[in-house]
Ligand binder design. Structure first.
Ligand code: VAH
Length: 313
């Protein structure tokens, strides 16, 4: 019988929807609680409606369920955040501080709060961005994620709170429709391809971005959270890399399975966001500290996405 009691905040989100059952598998269904501000939950298990901008609500939930680990995934992503920069800053940082402070007060043993490659800006190298580099993001989302990482390091150093984080690349998976992310073109394209439709991409064809398949993103998260604390040398968030591709390369890979698939390019404001991010990431520190190794390359991603979406279209 596990003594670990897990809370997933943002369980209705792109990553939360997949991480929740993976944590149930690891810790037992009765030991994992899903929480989200949206009251509709299509997962199976313990669910609570939670507004993470309310610290008392988080405190009550941590106490009621005797939570020992928190995965805080709720955030406004890049494209949506650019439409409402100030309210996204308020939501992303308010919920962050509420989770850190209530986690400290309730003596939670471990917390996971994701960051993103959106923390990198024009001062970072365009390729193989190192773990330690100057962070000058040009998006509201990236600014909130630099603040996230800085607060994580503060709580680790000042309170010895075991908070861990990963700079997720663009995450793609078949489990949910695209959300408010700039990299979500790489999800939407598959939904169109399996319906025999052409895809109009909001990025230029040669926009290369670091990406990660959902299976690898979830495994990286669980492996980091199970790593021995003494092996972890990073107080902010770990660079994690998997694959990098352009919309044109993705379209070509899809055509291997759907020869008639066509993609056209009509860049919008999200091109500016994508262009501010690097093309590839150096994750040698994650490899050294906790043995990170990706498994899904572009062909495996395309095959798995089409297999799952074709069965459900
Ligand atoms: C977004 N999917 O597009 C997120 C991610 C690197 C981008 O953080 O906003």
């Amino acid at each position: 019988m596990s003594t670990e009691r897990i809370l997933v905040i943002g369980a209705n989100g792109q990553i939360g929807k997949v991480l929740f059952p993976a944590l149930q598998e690891l810790w037992g269904k009765d030991n994992v609680t899903a929480a989200d501000i949206r009251p509709v939950f299509d997962g199976e298990g313990i669910f609570e409606v939670l507004d993470a901008t309310e610290p008392k609500a988080i405190y009550a939930l941590l106490s009621r369920h005797k939570i020992t680990q928190v995965y805080h995934l709720a955030a406004i992503l890049s494209a949506k955040a650019e439409e409402n920069p100030l309210s996204s800053w308020e939501i992303n940082t308010r919920t962050l501080l509420n989770v850190l402070e209530t986690g400290r007060e309730c003596k939670v043993s471990k917390l996971f709060i994701p960051s993103s490659i959106a923390v990198f800006g024009p001062s970072a190298p365009r390729t193989k961005v190192p773990q330690n580099t100057f962070l000058d993001p040009s998006t509201a989302y990236g600014i909130s994620k630099v603040a996230t990482e800085t607060w994580i390091a503060y709580y680790r150093r000042k309170y010895n709170l075991d908070v861990r984080s990963i700079r997720y690349p663009g995450v793609l998976g078949y489990q949910s429709m695209p959300g408010g992310g700039t990299t979500d073109y790489a999800v939407d394209i598959f939904y169109k391809a399996v319906k025999g439709e052409q895809y109009t991409c909001f990025l230029e064809k040669d926009t290369r971005l670091p990406m990660i398949y959902m299976n690898d993103a979830i495994r990286a998260t669980l492996e980091l959270m199970q790593a021995s604390p003494e092996n972890l040398s990073v107080d902010m968030a770990y660079n994690v890399a998997s694959l990098s591709f352009t919309p044109e390369e993705l379209g070509t890979a899809i055509r291997k399975y759907i020869p008639a698939f066509q993609i056209t390019y009509v860049p919008d404001y999200r091109q500016t966001i994508a262009h501010s991010w690097p093309e590839s990431i150096d994750d040698s520190v994650a490899q050294k500290d906790w043995g990170w190794q990706p498994k899904f390359g572009l062909d495996e991603v395309v095959r798995d996405m089409l297999e799952h979406l074709s069965n459900h279209s």
